[in-house]
Design a binder for this molecule. Structure first.
Ligand code: PGA
Length: 260
């Protein structure tokens, strides 16, 4: 439909997996499997400790390296944390913000997600902001209201130009790491709903420029159907991104997305 206005992005989220050596081995394994022609962006977000090794290992492969989180402050007494400017300085482009695991285990909230998003944009990073409902919330039938609230909190205060630089990932919590994927229709409907929320706050031009990804047990078996939905512009992939052959295949499927 209007895909040329926005990028298709196949993003891996490695979570707390793979050592630096395993990262280098993955890069060597995936290189010969990558499609020659590529019409989508490919990125792997991985533990900050291994970013430098990954950048070296993926050089020339057109797989960008991203981070999994950041701290909202520019610097200061925040032991163990990493600032947006530090990521930018070493050439990182993408950063995941507000993943449901960060919200669940590390107390991230809609408010802190907004602060982190602004910090990322301020440093010139491309944020991938995660939103999604729990099973209980879906069973109550409040997922659309909840998603609108999460997205509105996350993007509060953003200019239209900043909104266009922001990637949203819809990840229903009940589908993450469970093998239980949302149907293409369910995921497509929510991604369209998120785009409509952005359109209402900004305008149609801004809304059609935002890449909206689906995440939650996306794999080589279900990706084509999900990526065929007009408002799904790629995937945020956990488990399947840890396997070179699967991730290469997902990049190939992302390359074939043509909603025109
Ligand atoms: P999954 O993880 O693909 O393993 O479900 C997705 C995510 O948490 O981003």
């Amino acid at each position: 439909m209007d895909m040329r206005y926005r990028k298709t992005i196949i993003a891996g989220n490695w979570k707390m997996n793979k050592t630096a050596s395993e990262t280098v081995a993955f890069a060597a394994d995936i290189r010969p499997l990558l499609p020659k022609e590529r019409r989508c962006e490919a990125v792997i977000c991985l533990p900050a400790l291994n970013i430098a090794a990954a950048q070296k290992a993926f050089k020339g492969s057109r797989i960008a390296v991203g981070a999994e989180t950041l701290h909202e402050a520019a610097s200061g007494a925040f032991t163990g944390e990493i600032a947006a400017g530090m990521l930018k300085d070493i050439g990182v482009k993408y950063v995941i913000i507000g993943h449901s695991e960060r919200r669940q285990y590390y107390g991230e909230t809609d408010l802190s997600v907004n602060k982190k998003l602004r910090a990322a944009l301020g440093a010139g990073l491309t944020p991938i902001v995660c939103v999604g409902e729990s099973l209980a919330q879906r069973e109550l039938g409040v997922e659309k209201e909840l998603l609108a609230y999460q997205v509105m909190c996350a993007i509060s205060g953003l200019s239209a130009a900043e909104m266009k630089r922001t990637v949203i990932a819809y990840e229903p919590i009940w589908a993450i790491g469970t093998g239980k994927t949302a149907t293409a229709a369910q995921a497509g409907e929510i991604c369209a709903h998120i785009r409509a929320c952005i359109r209402r706050k900004y305008d149609a031009r801004t809304a059609r420029a935002v890449s909206i990804l689906y995440g939650g047990s996306m794999n080589v078996g279900n990706a084509a159907e999900l990526l065929a939905m007009p408002d799904i512009d790629g995937g945020l992939i956990g488990g399947a991104a840890l396997k070179p052959a699967d991730f290469a295949k997902l990049i190939e499927l992302g390359s074939q997305v043509d909603h025109a």
